[in-house]
Design a protein around this ligand. Structure first.
Ligand SMILES: Cc1cc2nc3c(=O)[nH]c(=O)nc-3n(C[C@H](O)[C@H](O)[C@H](O)COP(=O)(O)OP(=O)(O)OC[C@H]3O[C@@H](n4cnc5c(N)ncnc54)[C@H](O)[C@@H]3O)c2cc1C
Length: 347
């Protein structure tokens, strides 16, 4: 009998497994690589909404814990995942300069939003300068997931296969799946939750995102944010991540010509140097109607739990959200109301 069976090894599943490991729980995890969100994400951590210069929900509060969890993974796997890189928000007008100055004086923002700079950046024209954000950066989630998969495979804790919901047997004291018994099951399938008969009615919308990887001679040491992001590839000099798009109808992981054209159009307005597109990738962000995580247990089967709805900010949200869920499941601590799926019951 395991303590947990976990379905889905993206940043949500990974964060929950960290909780299990820290608390000496036994588990087996299923993953089928059907969803790509964590793997292709920019992996950026930034607690400020760069369109309006407002704080993202709980982000500044959750960021230190997220980084401490990724640091633990760095120690465990002997690799570097966290790369601190300042974000330079290109300002478009005097009005935006003023908005930046006002916003950066607010208490939560002061730690991150710095002064405006007129620093020259190779290949980028910015007559109104840049607002500088510090304490931000990129977590190399693809590398982290590769290392986690390898580790769990070596430890015989990973089953790389589709989880077939029809074969789940639910008893009061445990669940059973293909001869595997566990006290509880945790579903963290990202947008794959739409196939889960126990939770599929929760209002997970799913927002497709596409990104390009380019090569250019421009040397850009920061993450530049204008109509798109340009972010250095943390493992390959001279390559940059360009992202991302938002699409609400198409729910496939297939890259599209429309998204490439859109990204290249915006990139052309930002980068004044030649570049070559070397890759294009797509994934579905597990976004929720009220933009808050989906955490909790099934109303009739308390041994079925869910950790989902990380939306556009899985890197910052997943570790704290996983901790809340673990404390709830194992120690009976109530979940924060904003993330508890019971908010959608009986509405
Ligand atoms: C283009 C793009 C850019 C992004 N940029 C950022 C960013 O810069 N910073 C940030 O914080 N967030 C970003 N995000 C959002 C972030 O990627 C998500 O919040 C996060 O990855 C969601 O993680 P997850 O673990 O819930 O889901 P996923 O990463 O989708 O993982 C779910 C896992 O479950 C598996 N699975 C599903 N169903 C089954 C099944 N039946 N059987 C077995 N396995 C199953 C899937 O294969 C997958 O591995 C971005 C997303 C996109 C698409």
């Amino acid at each position: 009998m395991y303590d947990y069976l976990v379905v889905g090894l993206g940043v949500a599943g990974f964060s929950f497994l960290q909780q299990l490991e820290e608390n000496g729980k036994t588990f087996v995890v299923f993953d089928n690589q059907s969803q790509q969100s964590t793997r292709i994400a920019g992996g950026m951590f930034n607690p400020v909404i760069l369109k309006r210069f407002t704080p993202a929900w709980q982000a500044a509060e959750m960021l230190p814990y997220a980084l401490s969890q990724f640091e633990k993974a760095e120690k465990k796997y002997g690799n570097t995942y966290i790369h601190y890189i300042d974000i330079y928000r290109k300002l478009a007008s005097v009005e935006e300069q003023n908005n930046w100055i006002v916003a950066s004086d607010k208490p939560v923002m002061r730690d991150f939003m710095q002064e405006i700079t007129d620093e020259k950046i190779d290949g980028i024209e910015a007559p109104f300068g840049f607002g500088v954000l510090k304490g931000t950066g990129i977590v190399n989630m693809a590398k982290l997931l590769d290392d986690a998969l390898k580790n769990y495979r070596n430890e015989d804790q990973l089953i790389q296969a589709d989880f077939d919901y029809d074969q789940l047997i639910i008893k009061d004291e445990y669940i059973e799946y293909q001869g595997i018994r566990a006290r509880k099951i945790l579903f963290s399938e990202g947008y794959g939750m739409k196939n889960n008969p126990f939770f599929k009615d929760l209002p997970l919308m799913g927002t497709k995102g596409e990104m390009l990887m380019i090569e250019t001679d421009a040397r850009i040491p920061y993450i530049i944010k204008s109509n798109v992001f340009i972010a250095p590839n943390v493992v390959q000099k001279g390559q940059y991540y360009i992202g991302a798009t938002y699409h609400w109808e198409d729910k496939t992981n297939t890259p599209t010509a429309e998204a490439r054209q859109h990204l290249e159009e915006k990139l052309g307005q930002l980068l004044q140097k030649p570049y070559k597109v070397i890759a294009q990738k797509a994934g579905i962000r597990p976004t929720v109607i009220d933009r808050r995580p989906l955490v909790g247990t099934h109303p009739e089967h308390p041994n079925l739990a869910i950790l989902n709805g990380m939306g556009t900010r899985g890197v910052i949200l997943a570790p704290s959200t996983a901790r809340h869920l673990y404390e709830h499941l194992e120690n009976g601590v109530p979940l924060p109301k904003e993330m508890d799926i019971s908010r959608f019951r009986g509405a």
